[in-house]
Design a protein around this ligand. Structure first.
Ligand code: IMP
Ligand code: MG
Length: 178
């Protein structure tokens, strides 16, 4: 890593062990809730890929994976409010039990748009699992069934989350230092 990139890594807010422990807890909870059913787990690219990979490998119910890509932030650290589907699902979701896995819900604009879109496709059930939420999320009426950690209003990097495409591969969640 360049010294410039390394200088952007601030305080570690959630360490690797704590992250992994929570992912296991979420997997156990989801496995219990969906016992006897088959899940379609939808990851939102790219931030959720590390989380979803760890999560689904610990599920005890059969699951299929699919991915969507939406534009939200561009390269700045504030939500634009403009959401575009860059990559849609490969499969129809009508009649399926769908769990949407997201990295972080900040303003919630991205996910509330996505959930409306997915709900219109008639899934049997539709729930959200977000690794992180920020205070803005709590102003929304959107129900988030599974949440890993509630964060204060800080921009974070690591475990899939980026700043201008950097730092996704860090094994912990840290504050961004600019
Ligand atoms: P929202 O529409 O404001 O909820 O923004 C959601 C998306 O913005 C997330 O899926 C992330 O891709 C990105 N985002 C929001 N907060 C952060 C952060 O702290 N670090 C990295 N990406 C973030
Ligand atoms: Mg994202």
């Amino acid at each position: 890593m360049s010294t410039e990139a390394a200088a952007e890594i601030g305080d570690v807010l959630i360490g690797e062990e704590e992250l992994q422990r929570r992912v296991s807890e979420l997997a156990a909870q989801i496995s219990a809730d969906y016992a006897g059913r088959e899940l379609l787990v939808i990851g939102v690219l790219k931030g959720a890929v590390f989380f979803i990979a760890d999560l689904v490998r610990r599920l005890e119910v059969p699951c299929e994976l699919d991915f969507m890509a939406v534009s939200s932030y561009g390269s700045s650290t504030h939500s634009s409010g403009v959401v575009r589907i860059l990559k849609d699902l490969d499969t129809p979701i009508a009649g399926r039990h769908v769990l949407v896995v997201e990295d972080v819900i900040d303003s919630g604009l991205t996910l509330s748009y996505l959930m409306k879109n997915l709900a219109s496709r008639d899934p049997a059930s539709l729930e959200i699992c977000s690794l992180l939420t920020k205070p803005g999320h709590r102003r929304l009426s959107m129900r988030t069934r599974y949440v890993g950690f509630d964060l204060p209003d800080v921009f974070v990097i690591g475990y899939g989350l980026d700043h201008q495409e950097r730092h996704r591969t860090l094994p912990y969640i840290a504050a961004l230092r600019l």
